[in-house]
Design a protein around this ligand. Sequence first.
Ligand SMILES: [Zn+2]
Length: 153
Amino acid sequence: MTAGCGVCAIHADAAGHGRWECHRGARWIVRHHPEPSPLAGWTFLCSARHVQGPADLDDAEAASFGPAIRTVSRAVRDLTGCDRVYAIAFGQGAAHLHVHLVPRFDREDGTRAWNVADWYRSVERGERPAADTGDVARFVAGLRTRLAAEPIG
Ligand SMILES: [Zn+2]
């Protein structure tokens, strides 16, 4: 854990964030966006170790990154029924690799490409309703089951 890192703090806060955690392995932690969440299924693939981004992964982390992001992205697609899954990683708000895996539905133009950033902020500001809590809980349960069956390390 690195002091001052928001992602490390979340990973250490089982009481506050454990209900959204879907997987915890040696290299990867997968969790749903905390609530209020912009969309049910908005998932993070995070490095267990504090590294800013892919440039800082060690060899074992780099080797498992591809299979991990594929497995989690497929699970997000299957569990939400979305048309595709966006993968976005800035490493800016917290300098700790956390890839946003965002379910994208063609029927909802507000989530198309960069529109999803406006969607995100409008939920954050309370201008758009957040994802339904029951939908989030069902997704989390489903992703836990899926990643228990398909371990990603
Ligand atoms: Zn960190």
